[in-house]
Design a protein around this ligand. Structure first.
Ligand code: OAD
Length: 252
C-alpha cells in the first residue's frame, strides 16, 4: 500500500492540473451514511418513492418528513474529515484545481476548498417553487410541513432530485475541468450514477491518469482506474497529500 501511495503521489506531483470527483464515501467518516451498500440510505428507503422529483411534487410534506428533514439535521452538524482536508492540502500545494462533487453536504467548502462544482446541487439552501426566492434550509428544519415561502409557495431543497437535470452551470464547469485535467482523483463514489460516472471515463479518454480511492472496487476499478487505493478515504487522502507535498514537481 505504501508503494502504491508513493507511486500515485508521484503522478500528482508531476501533474499540471489535478481534478477530483467525489461521492458519498468521502463523507462517511464525517458520520453521513452513503446511499448504496451496507448501511446505505437506499437500503432503508426507496429513492424512487422519496427522492424523485415526481414524488416530491405529488406529496412534498411526505418527502420533507421521510428524507429532507433528517438529512438536513444530519448535515447541519457534520464536520469535514481528513479526506476533505487532504484535498484542501493538495489545492494549497498548487496541484488540485477543482473538485466536482456529487455530495450536497457542503463539507468541501467547510474544509476550505475554494473551487467546488456541486454537480447534484446543495442542501444548504431551499427555493420556492412559485417565486424562486432562496433561503437557508435551517429555517425549515422545524415547524409545519411542507415549509412554505412568504408568498405561499412550497419550498424545496436546492439539490438535484432523481428525474431532474444537472444544473447547467455545474455541468459545463465539470466538463471544462475534465477536459483539462491530467490526473483525476476519484474518491468515495460507486461510479454508478450518470452523468457523473462518465467523468472519469472522459478524463481517461483525454489522457488523464485516474487515481481511485474507495473502500471497495467499483465499475471503474479494473478498467478505467490506473491506481486503485483501497481503504477509508481519510487515511488514503492524508497519506497522498503528505507524500505529494514531499515531492518536487518532477515527482522525485
Ligand atoms: P454511493 O452511496 O453510491 O457510493 C458510495 C461509495 O463510497 C461506495 O463505492 C463505497 O464503497 C464508498 N465508501 C464508503 N465508505 C467509504 C470510506 N470511508 N472511504 C472511501 N470510500 C467509501 O454514493 P455516490 O457514488 O456519491 O444522487 O452516489 C451517487 C449519487 O447517487 C448521489 O449523489 C445521489 C445518489 O442517489 C442524487 O441524490 C441525485
Amino acid at each position: 500500500m505504501e508503494a502504491l501511495i508513493q507511486q500515485a503521489a508521484k503522478e500528482i506531483a508531476r501533474a499540471r492540473n489535478v481534478v477530483a470527483l467525489t461521492g458519498a464515501g468521502i463523507s462517511v467518516e464525517s458520520g453521513i451514511p452513503p446511499f448504496r451498500g451496507k448501511g446505505g440510505l437506499w437500503e432503508k428507503i426507496d429513492p424512487m418513492e422519496v427522492a424523485h422529483i415526481d414524488a416530491f411534487l405529488e406529496d412534498p410534506a411526505r418527502v420533507w418528513l421521510l428524507l429532507i428533514q433528517d438529512m438536513g439535521h444530519l448535515l447541519a452538524s457534520a464536520q469535514p474529515n481528513d479526506a476533505h482536508h487532504g484535498l484542501v492540502a493538495l489545492e494549497k500545494q498548487g496541484r488540485l484545481t477543482s473538485i466536482i462533487t456529487q455530495n450536497v453536504d457542503g463539507l468541501h467548502q467547510a474544509a476550505g476548498s475554494s473551487r467546488v462544482v456541486e454537480f447534484h446541487g446543495s442542501f444548504a439552501t431551499v427555493s420556492c417553487l412559485k417565486c424562486h426566492t432562496k433561503q437557508p434550509i435551517k429555517n425549515c428544519l422545524t415547524g409545519e410541513l411542507p415549509p412554505l415561502c412568504d408568498c405561499g409557495g412550497v419550498l424545496r431543497p436546492d439539490c438535484v432530485f432523481f428525474g431532474e437535470m444537472i444544473p447547467m452551470n455545474a455541468f459545463h464547469a465539470a466538463q471544462a475541468a475534465v477536459a483539462t485535467c491530467d490526473v483525476m482523483l476519484v474518491v468515495g463514489t460507486s461510479a454508478t450514477v450518470q452523468p457523473a460516472a462518465q467523468m472519469p471515463v472522459m478524463a481517461k479518454q483525454n489522457g488523464a491518469v485516474i487515481i481511485e480511492v474507495n473502500l471497495d472496487s467499483t465499475p471503474l476499478s479494473h478498467s478505467i482506474s490506473d491506481y486503485m487505493i483501497k481503504g477509508p478515504a481519510g487515511n488514503s487522502m492524508r497519506q497522498l497529500a503528505t507524500a505529494a507535498n514531499e515531492m518536487r514537481s518532477d515527482g522525485s
